[in-house]
Design a protein around this ligand. Structure first.
Ligand code: ZN
Length: 241
């Protein structure tokens, strides 16, 4: 059972009454409860204001999958913490599941190596997430598509490296499309970006959205027994002369 850490900057929920009404326990609280309901019983949470943002070396070493929601507070995350997250993914095999506006989070930018820009518009329009890879484990149990009555629009071009695995493609009422569920391998670890989740909409209460995030956590989790690679200068296994 993967050890999951749900990280949230936890800013909007404390400043904006409408967001607080949607997520009285914080977005992290809603996500953690949803993951537990999907059978992931080793779920903890951390927020920006925790010492070292709750992302110490020890905490990360004890985390198999890190789920991340951030927006206003990206710059407040220390470079050191972001670097620890990146290293834990690439060298330790930790899974990383950035959600929605985490496309601009420091760890995601570092793992992608590109600008991660996109188009956006907050107009409360319909979003349809089409499953484009129905055999993919992250799409398990989702069926044909997910419809969200109201969401923020994110539009292409999404400035990321071509995903290794593309699971969802979004259509928005205003006409734009977006690669909404993207998987990448990075070193020893896996990254799954999932787009929906603007803070003023009830997206994380949606059963299909919760299922996708639980699926993404299981997909991104390192396989049992993952062993560290041997690197650097070494002696030959047999005499060379
Ligand atoms: Zn947003």
């Amino acid at each position: 059972m993967p050890r999951v850490l749900v990280w949230n900057e936890f800013i909007h929920e404390r400043r904006d009454e409408a967001v607080a009404r949607l997520y009285p326990q914080g977005i992290h609280g809603t996500l953690a409860a949803a993951l537990r309901a999907h059978g992931l019983d080793r779920v903890e949470t951390a927020t920006l204001d925790d010492p070292e943002h709750g992302l110490t070396e020890e905490r990360l070493a004890a985390t198999d999958v890190l789920v991340w929601w951030g927006h206003k507070g990206h710059a407040a995350v220390s470079d050191a913490a972001a670097e620890r997250v990146k290293k834990r993914v690439t060298e330790g095999g930790m899974g990383f599941v950035p959600l929605h506006s985490a496309h601009f989070s420091k760890p995601f930018l570092a793992l992608m190596g590109t600008g991660c820009f996109l188009k956006y518009r907050v107009a409360g329009e319909t979003e349809r997430l089409w499953v484009v890879d129905p055999g993919h484990p992250v799409a398990a149990g989702i069926g044909d598509h997910i419809e969200l009555a109201q969401e923020e629009m994110y539009g292409e071009p999404f400035d990321v490296p071509p995903p290794d695995e593309l699971v969802f493609l979004s259509w928005f009422r205003g006409g734009e499309v977006f690669r909404s569920g993207c998987g990448w391998r990075r070193g020893m670890g896996r990254v799954f970006y999932f787009r929906p989740g603007h803070e003023t909409f009830p997206t994380y209460h949606h059963p299909q959205i919760q299922r996708v995030i639980a699926n993404a956590v299981r997909w991104a989790a390192p396989p049992p027994g993952l062993s560290a690679p041997v690197r650097g200068r070494r002696e030959p296994l047999e005499p060379l002369s």
